[in-house]
Design a protein around this ligand. Structure first.
Ligand SMILES: [Zn+2]
Length: 424
């Protein structure tokens, strides 16, 4: 079992002047391997973070919108994959590889959506307080506060923009699916890696800007920065863009099924090459932009970002590796405290419903998001989620900047965990 020793991954002291000192790096995640120290100038993470701009993040994200909602099993999904692949090659990322899997589900009946129920009786707590569950019944992840309706909108006519409607006209058919990843190969530990992921498929007759163009662009931006010619990392980093997240995490599950057993195997023997470096951690990014607060009593949500907007880092407290994953989450929070420019990060215990879930009993796993997945997203905090509103025009620079700050968090944390250096 992997373990992370909390005492070893101490928070970097952030100083105005670059000061050389020793930080103890990624061995934290590989308990049984002898402890090594990595010399890193204090400003390496800051240097890398300075290469990430709002403009470049938005440009990459805008590029993804040309393929509509990128729904799995359609030409627009395959075209998006080819475009992403080309960007990764241009970024200089090594071994850009496609992985295939089959997706042949039985047809199923359409889900019946729960209408929002704002009857006054449902807007009272048992003691008479004016807090409602909007008819969703007791319990659940969001016991307190109003809820809004959620669900996938597949009604093409619901998209008011004719161009976007036309982009999303094709319906999926069963068959082979593909996803893509590339790898920054570690200089001294090529056999160990962190996986940084997001899913490039979406749905909802939209441009899948937030879900999950925002995470996909983040991973692509980090691939660009870590693969700059003057950047080295001791450990490897894999940049993974999953397909079929929306149909049940099928892409990430297929990856585990096909590749878990290949971990750490040198192939060909003696080559120094590791097609599947040993997994040290999995970090997923899914819905990064929208933090506008809870729904009001009438189910509407503010068009403005809330003052408390933050990056939500979650681990799963019910997983086999809960303690290790929690410690990984707090390493990311410490990185956010040092390197985020606009928004703080918080840690929560309920990582769920995204591609890090299939990894969570195998390797320390966390997700970064705009909201807590269960308590917030599940209670309808994001009206763009799987709806025709998930289009470019919905989001402001404040929203895009929240996604950028999550990118800063992962960039700086992974820079420290993998022993990144910038050539002087
Ligand atoms: Zn998603």
């Amino acid at each position: 079992m992997l373990s992370i020793n909390s005492h070893c991954c101490r928070k970097q002291v952030h100083t105005a002047k670059p000061v050389k000192f020793f930080v103890l790096l990624g061995f934290c995640a590989i308990g049984s391997i002898s402890v090594t120290a990595t010399e890193q100038t204090s400003d390496t993470a800051a240097n890398l973070v300075s290469r990430l701009t709002l403009a470049s993040y938005k440009t990459t994200l805008k590029g993804l919108t040309q393929f509509g909602d990128r729904r799995q099993g359609t030409a627009r999904n395959r075209d998006a994959l080819s475009w992403i692949e080309k960007q990764l090659v241009q970024a200089g990322c090594d071994n850009v590889e496609r992985m295939s899997f089959n997706y042949n589900p039985e047809p199923r009946a359409p889900r019946v959506r729960n209408p929002v129920n704002n009857h006054p009786d449902n807007l009272k707590t048992p003691t008479g307080g004016a807090v409602g569950r909007n008819g969703s019944g007791p319990g659940g992840a969001s016991v307190y506060g109003y809820r809004a309706d959620t669900g996938v909108n597949r009604d093409t006519a619901a998209q008011p923009d004719e161009r976007i409607r036309a982009l999303n006209a094709e319906l999926p058919i069963n068959g082979v699916r593909q996803q893509v990843y590339c790898t920054k190969i570690g200089s001294s530990r090529p056999d160990e890696m962190y996986i940084i992921g997001a899913h490039f498929d979406g749905h909802g007759v939209n441009e899948a800007v937030n879900d999950d163009g925002s995470g996909t662009a983040l991973v692509m931006e980090l691939a660009r920065i870590f693969n700059a010619p003057d950047v080295t990392t001791e450990r490897s980093i894999r940049f993974a863009l999953w397909n079929n997240e929306e149909t049940g995490l099928n892409g990430s599950k297929a990856y585990i099924q096909q590749r878990q057993k290949l971990q750490g195997i040198e192939s060909p023997a003696g080559s120094g090459e590791f097609p599947e470096p040993r997994w040290l951690g999995m970090i997923q990014h899914d819905m990064m932009l929208w933090d506008h607060g809870a729904p009001r009593a009438d189910g509407t949500v503010s068009a403005e970002q809330r003052p408390e907007a933050d990056v939500n880092i979650e681990f799963q407290s019910n997983s086999d590796l809960a303690t290790d994953s929690m410690q990984l989450a707090f390493i990311f929070k410490a990185a956010a405290d040092s390197y985020n420019t606009d928004y703080p990060a918080t840690v929560g215990p309920h990582m769920t419903n995204t591609d890090s879930t299939p990894f969570m009993n195998i390797v320390p796993s966390i997700s970064l998001r705009e909201n807590e997945r269960g308590a917030h997203t599940g209670a309808g905090w994001n009206p763009t989620w799987h709806t025709p509103l998930d289009v470019w025009a919905t989001f402001s620079d404040k929203d895009f900047r929240l996604g950028l700050n999550a990118a800063q968090t992962t960039l700086s944390a992974v820079s420290q965990l993998t022993g990144a250096e910038v050539e002087q």
